[in-house]
Design a protein around this ligand. Structure first.
Ligand code: AMP
Length: 502
């Protein structure tokens, strides 16, 4: 019997003599060698007691071996559970306690700290480092290089990915074989991926963007990946001439633009740059086109849903928007129980084969966000323009309500960013004795500029209604961001919580 995801993504590697992964040092791994690694890892998981349906948690550096463990978990019929390498032992204890994995892989350097954590949650700890060494690698050594994959159907779980949990505890999004395969198929087709593509892969593989969007598409279409341990500007500049496509978060693109070696010539062999996971400034989009001639293709998705919308491959890639719903994905924008009129903002809901099966062991949370008829309440606020392009206005929880008025931070941020000397900004709501919340701006100056926050605010006078204008602003060197380039507004709200107090 079949294993839906293994058959589509990993089985074809078995007979592939050509390169599949190209590493930073220029060496390459063939499909056959990678598949043999995957098979040995799957046998090692089974030998450690992993049965179909068991969770396999990993908190390891990105490497070919780490990617092979993903394939191995799928082949063994297990549920792959990658964790952000930045999580502390206390955070890991929560994830292991919630997901109760059979096996937990971590870096040997953290073995001592994490051994009691894993033992406390009944997980077997094994190690794997960024060079593919560790007790799990040893357990793989004498295992067979062929594997008969466990039967797994479309509704079976392939992975649990924890949400970043900026409000309350992280929730484990349960993703089925169908969720992952259907999304990879749609995106590969829409973005025209073929076996001739070489994807420059510098994203982490503990997150949906690098693990599923990037890796699954390359696997499905038989292409190659230049597989870097992380975003290293030097390596990316050096290897880009060998690539045809890249997927990144907006900070990848701003960092490339900051370097004069990033030129039209360097990108001449590229056919596609995709951006997502955080909003790409319209200004970055324009600067990128002016420098390289390429228009970045922005798309929108999330852990729970895979990808939902994309700008078109052919046709206008509209800066500041995330394009149209993907084929097979329904999207609606809701306010007060009904769809909003065109152009108005509301909460985005999506439905389709991409939408997850619910939160692991959190039926109440699932019921709050996933309607019985399949619509998922994303918590993102968006609107559609006259041509149907979707624009993300912000997270519902970031909406500022000041004196009874709703203020969408993105609108204010766009105006601030357009002021002279402002590189970027973040707008948040802070507790205020009169207004409930007051609009507050955190500004980052362009290099070499000294910003006067009051002058920036004065510049908004004729641009925005008074209630949307920030009541105060501060200047900082950089905005706090997580590994995926998302601005951590919860941190900013905490830092400046007392600004308007008393
Ligand atoms: P995550 O689950 O970590 O992938 O985060 C998903 C969230 O990232 C979404 O709900 C959006 O708020 C945000 N996001 C993803 N892609 C975009 C985008 N292209 N523009 C703006 N926000 C985005």
């Amino acid at each position: 019997m079949a294993n839906m995801l293994y058959d589509a993504l990993f089985a074809p590697l078995r007979g592939r003599e050509g390169a599949f992964l190209i590493l930073a040092d220029g060496s390459a791994l063939s499909g056959r060698v990678f598949h043999a690694m995957l098979a040995r890892a799957a046998h090692a998981l089974r030998a450690a007691g992993v049965k179909p349906g068991d969770r396999v948690a990993v908190q390891v550096a990105k490497s070919p071996q780490a990617l092979a463990v993903y394939g191995a978990a799928v082949a063994a019929g297990a549920v792959f559970l990658p964790l952000n390498t930045a999580y502390t032992p206390a955070e890991v204890a929560y994830f292991l306690g919630n997901a109760t994995p059979r096996v937990f892989l971590c870096d040997p350097a953290r073995e001592e700290a994490l051994t009691p954590v894993a033992a406390g949650q009944g997980a077997r700890l094994m190690t794997l480092d960024g060079t593919g060494q560790g007790s799990f690698a040893e357990a793989m050594e004498d295992q067979p290089e062929e594997i008969a994959a466990e039967p797994r159907g479309p509704e079976d779980l392939a992975a649990i990915l924890y949400t970043s949990g900026t409000t309350g505890r992280s929730k484990g999004a349960m993703l089925t074989h169908r969720n992952l395969l259907s999304n990879a198929e749609v995106l590969a087709d829409l973005w025209r991926f073929t076996e001739d593509d070489v994807l420059l892969h510098a994203l982490p593989i503990f997150h949906t963007h690098g693990l599923f969007v990037a890796s699954n598409i390359a696997l499905l279409t038989g292409g190659r990946m230049i597989f870097l341990p992380g975003f290293d500007l030097e390596a990316v500049l050096r290897l880009m001439p060998q690539a045809t496509a890249m997927m990144g978060v907006p900070t990848f693109y701003t960092r490339l633009l900051d370097d004069p070696r990033f030129t039209r010539d360097l990108t001449a062999g590229m056919r596609l740059f995709v951006s997502g996971s955080a909003p790409l400034l319209a200004e970055t989009h324009r600067a990128f086109e002016a420098r390289t001639g390429h228009r970045i293709l922005e798309r929108y998705g999330m852990t729970e849903t895979n990808m939902n919308t994309s700008n078109p491959y052919e046709g206008e890639r509209r800066a500041g928007t995330v394009g149209f719903p993907l084929p097979g994905v329904d999207l609606r924008i809701m306010a007060e129980g009904a769809e909003v009129a065109p152009g108005e903002a509301g909460v985005i809901e999506v439905r389709g084969p991409n939408v997850f099966a619910g939160y692991w062991q959190m039926p109440e949370k699932t019921a709050e966000e996933l309607r019985p008829d399949g619509w998922f309440i994303t918590g993102d606020i968006g609107r559609r323009d006259a041509e149907g392009y979707v624009q993300i206005v912000g997270r519902a929880k970031d909406l500022v309500i000041s004196g009874g008025f709703n203020i969408y931070p993105v609108e204010v941020e766009a105006e601030l960013d357009a002021q002279p000397g402002v590189l970027e900004s973040a707008v948040i709501g802070l507790p205020h004795p009169d207004f409930g919340e007051a609009v507050f701006a955190v500004l980052v100056p362009q290099p070499g500029v000294t910003l006067d926050p009051q002058a920036v605010l004065d510049g908004l006078r004729d641009r925005l209604a008074r209630f949307k204008q920030p009541k105060a602003a501060v200047v900082v060197e950089a905005l706090p961001r997580n590994a995926m380039g998302k601005v951590q507004k919860a941190d900013l709200r905490k830092t400046y919580a007392g600004w308007f107090a008393g």
